[in-house]
Design a binder for this molecule. Structure first.
Ligand code: ADP
Length: 690
């Protein structure tokens, strides 16, 4: 019997060789050999006895030759109980026959199924319970040349249990993450829907107040009341907009515009808005612009204005005496980039240092008693922080209680040369006699239709109204209209469906410009409108200036030589492109687009650092030309680090895909049209956006 658990003389060692010299008076050489063998055997015995893994030796028929202590512990048998028995009884019944099969096949054909391969098996303990084991098998030959097998087994019950627990914990965590994400998504949706619902009645309030104010038969007191309602309405709209903005930022749906604008005009406009409030409190308002600041820059005009107004309004709100200083200068940031630095300093109540770090968090106000005195949602600075970050900048506050605060922020807005002509900020009413344009207003809410009729009628347009998408389609087929202002959410047939139907009509009605009028202003919603074939959108509550601008932009004009340059595709936003052409003129856009095509063609072929630099340099121009998918892809490249190689690969792949689309659009559509246009036979270089 071969047993590692006995270790006594006469038994073979782990190699199967006998331990005790078999003959009397052996020669000295044999004695040395025998001693060596004994020593070897004892060494192996010690190892095998102390091993934490079960070690079982079987012969080629499966008969157990040795069974170490760890095997005794795992299986619950003593070595003496198992030696000379076939190993099958340590296996569950279902496996036993298979095991015989393996051994027979191996004996007959030499086919190895399990030798040398670590794998998981199930063992049967003496108490009939099952144990999972990791098994590896070595094969060797004994002194008679007979095959033997050593199986080393590790009890993996504990390890499996831990893995299972880890797996369960991971699943729980994943589930929690999914739930949190869907809760967050639901919250964003809810906020968007709610702000839409609030915007709709606000449209009526502001519209009718506006119309009331223009009736001209009001006493001074009535005018004062109207002003008060207007102020309250504006405040309510600010809150709704803040909530909507915040939910947009949280959902990653805040897209910044990229257009040239005058910084000085913007700053002065913002100051003009807060000046009356400051004057009412006797506060001085100072404005300085450093010489290094370029007037015309590219960026999101409206969002910069929003941040500046929030900070300037706060400064006025929290200052009772003294001065508010607004300063603009250039600053070279740590990354070597030149950024604009805006700073707004006041001599107001200040904010304690422990309150300061909470300020940029949502719904956070420095002091509840102060907030009660001044009102507000505490969302303003949180939104500012996120907007500034989207502008590739940072925002900070420095403040001393009772001495005042300075809030400063940076933003990356590259300089551009001043465009030849700026679009008019306000469209003065045109001479109605000159214009015969007829507009169809589609809205299910009577009051909204009434307001739009008044607004458009005031400006000399002839107006028809429909209260559903279906009615609009029927009217368009029977009467002549030049433009449709289409509400989105309507019972029976919504505005998006109606647009799709109109665009599929078999006659020229299908080409009529359609402008969405809606409180649904999330970028992804706006994209749905454009994808359905709408040309533009104006947000509710409708602002007259924006409405007139949009109507003027999309109304067909009489010039015969107009050239249409823009179109939409899932990766190209023709409206943005139109704006760019309108701002810079065809010749400049042609030069810019040619350079951009060259730059784009060379991009994304080099090292990750170089690719990041190229992406960074492409963003602005891509945005101005309307390649929004390319902008997103470049932004993704800029923020993906080498630590996440898989993501980096995916991002680059997507960038190359949109790069190719953009190149195609530039080379086959935009540039030929621009060039064809600049070579018009009559030499004129006119552009009409459509
Ligand atoms: P809200 O939208 O309610 O005005 P903000 O996020 O703009 O909220 O500001 C949050 C709080 O920060 C304010 O309620 C006020 O307590 C504090 N705060 C902001 N600006 C100033 C300032 N210039 N001076 C003193 N306190 C300020």
């Amino acid at each position: 019997m071969k047993s590692f658990s006995s270790g006594s003389g006469g038994a073979p060692d782990a190699t199967g060789l006998p331990l005790t010299p078999p003959i009397d008076n052996p020669p000295k050489q044999d004695l040395d050999q025998a001693k060596l063998l004994k020593e070897n055997s004892e060494r192996y015995q010690a190892i095998v006895d102390t091993a934490v893994d079960a070690i079982i030796v079987i012969d080629r028929f499966g008969t157990i030759q040795s069974f170490n202590r760890a095997a005794e512990t795992i299986f619950g048998y003593q070595a003496a109980e198992v030696l000379s028995r076939n190993i099958k009884f340590l296996m569950p019944e279902a496996v036993q026959a298979k095991h015989d099969g393996y051994l027979t096949a191996y004996r007959d054909t030499g086919e190895r199924k399990i030798i040398g391969i670590g794998r998981e098996v199930v063992g049967l303990r003496k108490d009939k319970s099952l144990v999972t084991l990791e098994l590896s098998i070595a094969e060797w030959s004994d002194v008679d040349g007979q095959q033997c097998f050593t199986g080393i087994m590790r009890d993996t019950t504990q390890r499996n249990l831990q893995a299972r627990r880890l797996q369960e914990a991971t699943e729980v965590a994943q589930q929690a993450r999914i739930e949190a994400e869907s809760a967050n998504h639901a919250k964003t949706e809810f906020l968007a829907v709610m702000s839409h619902e609030i915007r709709t009645p606000l449209t009526s309030i502001s519209g009718f107040i506006d119309l009331l104010a223009r009736t001209g038969e009001l006493s001074g007191q009535q005018r004062r009341y109207i002003d008060l309602v207007k102020t309250a309405n504006a405040a309510l709209l600010t809150i709704v907009n803040d909530i909507l903005d915040f939910s947009k930022v949280e959902a990653g749906q805040m897209d910044l515009e990229c257009r040239p604008f005058s910084l000085l005009v913007l700053a002065r406009d913002a100051l003009a808005i807060v000046r009356p409030g400051a004057a009412a409190k006797g506060l001085a308002l100072e404005f300085t612009v450093d010489r290094g600041v370029h007037d015309w820059v590219v960026g999101d005009h409206a969002r910069l204005r929003q941040v500046l107004l929030n900070l300037l309004n706060n400064a006025v709100k929290f200052t009772d005496t003294g001065t508010i200083s607004f300063d603009v200068r250039m600053q070279t940031s740590a990354d070597g980039r030149e950024r604009l630095r805006f700073s707004i300093a006041d001599t107001g109540i200040g904010i304690s240092s422990e309150q300061q770090h909470r300020l940029f968090k949502k719904f956070s106000q420095a002091d509840s008693s102060v907030s009660r005195r001044h009102g507000g949602t505490g969302l303003g600075l949180a939104i500012c922080k996120r907007l500034v970050e989207l502008m590739d900048g940072e925002i900070h506050i420095e403040s001393d209680v009772d001495r005042g605060s300075t809030v400063w922020f940076t933003s990356y807005m590259p300089p551009v040369s001043e465009p030849i002509s700026e679009p008019p900020a306000e469209c003065p009413p045109e001479d109605p006699a000159k214009r015969k344009a007829r507009i169809l207003v589609v809205d299910d809410i009577d009051t909204n239709r009434e307001i739009m009729e008044a607004y458009l009628g005031d400006n000399g347009y002839s107006v028809g109204t429909a209260s559903s998408g279906a009615e609009a389609i029927s009217m368009l087929q029977n009467e002549h209209f030049d433009l449709v202002l289409m509400d989105i959410q309507m019972p029976l047939m919504d505005g998006v469906t109606a647009t799709r139907v109109i665009r599929a009509l078999p006659n020229s009605v299908k080409d009529i410009p359609i402008v969405a009028m809606t409180g649904n202003v999330l970028p992804q919603q706006v994209r749905t409108f454009l994808d359905a074939g709408m040309n533009d959108h104006v947000g509710k509550p409708i602002e007259r200036t924006k409405l007139y601008n949009s109507v003027r932009r999309w109304l067909p004009r009489s010039e015969k030589h107009d050239v249409s340059l823009a179109f939409h595709s899932p990766h190209f936003d023709g409206t943005k492109y139109d704006e760019f052409v309108r701002m810079l003129g065809v010749a400049r856009v042609e030069r810019t687009a040619t350079k951009f095509l060259d730059q784009l063609t060379k991009a994304f072929k080099s090292t990750p650092d170089e690719t990041r630099r190229e992406a960074h340099d492409l963003i602005n121009c891509a945005g101005l030309l309307g390649f929004h998918s390319l902008v997103e892809a470049c932004q993704a490249i800029c923020v993906t680090t080498a630590h996440d190689a898989a993501r980096q690969r995916d991002v680059l792949e997507e960038a190359r895909r949109v790069q190719s689309l953009a190149r195609q659009t530039l080379a086959t559509q935009i540039l030929p049209k621009l060039r064809g246009f600049s070579r018009r036979p009559d030499g004129t270089r006119q552009f009409r956006g459509r």
